[in-house]
Design a protein around this ligand. Structure first.
Ligand code: PMT
Length: 409
């Protein structure tokens, strides 16, 4: 997939710079022509000779001393992709604000090629509002982010901010340069937890942040799909910024049911990642209930099972994906939901396990399809889970096309 692709590998100054060597080796092994660019900071952590020896060309660092008179534009103009691994807080900030201070940041501005950025830094920096804003800005502009992992950091600290593993980075590059395997597909994704009103100010809610559903919407758009994201949570990084993602805001299970049934009618793929309340108050007070009146007696009624409804009315060729949030008997419970709701795929997550499910940036899932062995994906970023789910969707679609062309019975 990477044969003949020209990849500028930008390495900035963090302890994770040594991992760029492995990333470089894997890219070259996969057939890419790797053009290495190091910042001055990176040279404190990694010898030029090491990277030059493994890349397809010698390392470049300076705007002014190259044989090429204008390397800052040539590198970006001739690249098929620019990869920055690791990307420090400084490089992210420069890129987000359009500041060109060295060869790498110039190259990032002087290109129309896709850019994959792999941040790595200490947890305090990664969680700083300035860095969070810069990441959101870059995502909004269509930059592909490979989120860092949690683990051991420089100086023995442990936390979020460790550079993603080289195989994740190379897989992200392959995805960006690979065929748009959902081109033209209409994908509807739900995200977030529903909120069911009790009175004018209070709701019954759940812990869903919408991160997993939003990651699926973004990944589907990256793979060429036309996406409708039905969301209970705000999506500032998407609304208006990614024209291929239409966002429909909802709040309650009833809103979500109406939106899903309207938008899924013409969809090729429907993914229910939202956490829907199973019960809602039967009567909703139109004013704020007074504390002085004592605890209210709230009578609950079941909400509609939206996914089961979509399964019952699914049209031929549509791929329907559900999630199962379980705390015990993960596979048995998910299999039951797969069958009962007539799904093509269910994504089971053990939401009682550390780092899995609600609110985390990570997830671990088991993918179940009718008649096939379960496939487990260990703890990784929600973007990776999203792509694994979509890989399975693509497989289901292509098996259905083959069956249509060459029926087995
Ligand atoms: O949003 P995050 O913080 O990133 O967390 C992600 C997640 C944990 C919410 C997500 O990975 C997940 O598991 N979503 C499904 C949660 C859920 O409601 O699971 P469930 O096992 O209760 O429901 C099974 C399926 O039926 C789900 O696809 C659900 O969307 C659907 N359902 C459930 C109830 C209902 N009334 N209508 C439905 O359609």
């Amino acid at each position: 997939m990477l044969t003949g692709k020209r990849i500028v590998l930008g390495v900035s100054g963090g302890i994770a710079a040594y991992k760029a060597v492995e990333v470089c080796r894997r890219l070259v092994d996969a057939g890419a022509h790797v053009v290495p660019v190091m910042t001055r900071g990176a040279e404190h952590f990694l010898g030029r000779t090491t990277l030059s020896a493994l890349a397809s060309e010698p390392v470049q660092t300076e705007l002014w001393d190259a044989a090429e008179p204008i390397p800052h534009t040539r590198l970006g103009q001739t690249a098929d992709l620019i990869l920055v691994a690791p990307a420090t807080a400084r490089v992210l900030s420069a890129y987000a604000t359009g500041l060109s201070t060295d060869l790498l940041t110039n190259t990032l501005l002087a290109t129309r090629a896709p850019v994959v950025v792999c941040p790595a830094m200490h947890t305090e920096m990664w969680e700083h509002p300035a860095v969070v804003d810069n990441i959101a800005t870059l995502r909004r502009r269509g930059v592909h982010l490979v989120d860092p992992e949690s683990g051991r950091l420089a100086g023995g600290d442990v936390g979020a901010g460790r550079l993603a593993a080289p195989e994740r980075i190379v897989a992200a590059v392959e995805r960006v340069l690979g065929p748009a395997d959902l081109a033209g597909a209409r994908v509807v994704v739900s995200a977030g937890g529903t909120r069911e009103p009790i009175d004018a100010v209070r709701v019954i809610a759940n812990r869903s942040s919408g991160k997993q559903g939003i990651a699926i919407a973004r990944a589907a758009a990256d793979r060429g799909a036309e996406v409708t994201l039905v969301s209970t949570v705000p999506t500032p990084g998407l609304t208006g910024a990614r024209p291929e993602i239409r966002v429909v805001d909802v709040e309650t299970a009833a809103d979500l049911e109406a939106a899903m049934s309207a938008h899924s009618r013409s969809a090729d793929v429907v993914v229910m990642a939202a956490a829907v309340a199973d019960f809602r108050p039967k009567a909703v007070a139109d004013r704020k209930l007074k504390k002085a009146d004592g605890p209210p007696e709230i009578v609950l009624e079941p909400t509609p099972d939206i996914l089961a409804g979509l399964g019952a009315t699914k049209r031929a060729g549509q791929v329907l994906v559900g999630f199962a949030a379980e705390t015990d008997d993960l596979v048995a419970n998910a299999e039951r939901k797969l069958r009962a709701k007539h799904l093509d795929l269910i994504v089971a997550n053990d939401v009682g396990a550390p780092g899995v499910g609600f609110q985390h940036d990570t997830n671990a899932v088991t993918l179940l399809t009718p008649g096939a062995d379960p496939r487990t994906i260990g703890l990784t970023g929600k973007d990776d889970i999203a792509h694994a789910v979509l890989d399975a969707v693509v497989e289901i679609r292509s098996a259905a096309r083959t069956e249509l062309a060459h029926p087995t019975t």
